[in-house]
Design a protein around this ligand. Sequence first.
Ligand code: GAP
Length: 462
Amino acid sequence: MASNNSENKMEKIVSLCKRRGFVFPSSEIYNGFPAVYDYGSYGVELANNIKIAWWKSMTQYRQDVVGLDSAIFMSPKIWEASGHVKGFSDPLTECRKCHSRLRLDSLLEEAGVFADEKMSEEEINEIFNQNKDKIKCPNCGAQDFTPGKSFNLLVKSNLGNFTGDWSKEPAYLRGETCQGIYVNYKNVLDSARVKIPFGIAQIGKAFRNEITARQFIFRTREFEQMEMQYFIKPDTQEKYYNEWKEARWKFYLDLGIKEENLKWHKHENLVFYAKEAYDIEYNFPFGFKELEGIHARGNYDLNQHSKFSGKDLTYLDPSDNSRFLPNIVETSAGVGRTFLAVLSDAYCEEGEGENFRVVLKISAKLAPVKIAVFPLLKNKPELVAKAKEVFDVLKFDWKCEFDDNGNIGKRYRRQDEIGTPYCLTVDFESLENNDVTLRDRDSMKQERIKIDDLAEYFKKNI
Ligand code: GAP
């Protein structure tokens, strides 16, 4: 039975992701590896399409943002300068009964008590003590916890440490991609013919030792970020901050996400250097949660890297010969969270009984497969040959899938479940008229269209 508001929508999405090859739990044949996921054949297409849309919106549709791909490993000094070695932590508590390790701010939030990840250890423990009677362990129900302690989220490695003593100077797996942008700011400035205001965009993996990782791909220990840092003259911060807020909101609408499922969240408890910070939140099946952060960071990052490296990172403005340390407006989104938002937004159940279908109403530009091509019958070589011909014409411009398995109704359902916007069927009439039946995913309407007109049709509609 169809139910779009069903409480177990999340379970249905997780199950669809596994069944249809979008997302698999990591290392499954070895009983899994917590909070890490792999993207399957359709998942990698969807994730790539999201990244392409972001990359184009940053580096192709505008003149003032250039790309970068910096390495995951960087000098450990970078993480000292950025404040991550000392301050990048979440409050951790342990259930004394079942020994689950839990995030204290999340426990408080679930009990309806406001707590913020930016609170000090003392502050959060004080709130914890005042509300102990309201908090239960989500695994065993006990109410006996150790006091909260700050737990650093940076992931250490032993890269390049041949003495075996890596506690002295560990190489970290980067905790965010933007540090690679800050430390390359001068290189880009000197090589890319850019002038302030300009931005540097990067997509790449980041790693965090998340304490509790639930909610599927929403919070994982290995994930991908799409970050852009915009370097500006200090007195222009408000103007560019507002422009970027608007641009980022529009990005999600352009992906086809329903506006009623997006909202702004203003950070009240700012880190000391931040001038302003908003999140764009999405209405996930488990409620409104952060999709992307847009931060006015002042000149904190370049100032820190200048101090720690001893290098001058100021900018000489050719228009008036003034010299200043640029301020930064940051936009920081997660690929996995956007992926989950797109799936949540697109997941629909329609019809009853034999007409029941699960359909992903994903925008054509993000759909993993754009066009499916079917011969009506697989045991008719002339139909198979004609369908292959159609496939071979279209495959150079669009991701197509050839399917000759099962009855046509079943093939439509399979494509609906992965969000394919168009299906083409080659039948006996096709051999005479050089046309196909084109079936639209959302309306399920069918029309006949000449094979010679297909390219024009898809150019217009995809
Ligand atoms: N450079 C700023 C920064 O990293 P953040 O709020 O920690 O800010 C930015 O992260 C975005 O990265 C988030 O809005 C989210 O989309 C994504 N993200 C952060 N931690 C994540 C995690 N553990 N799993 C998946 N995505 C995550």
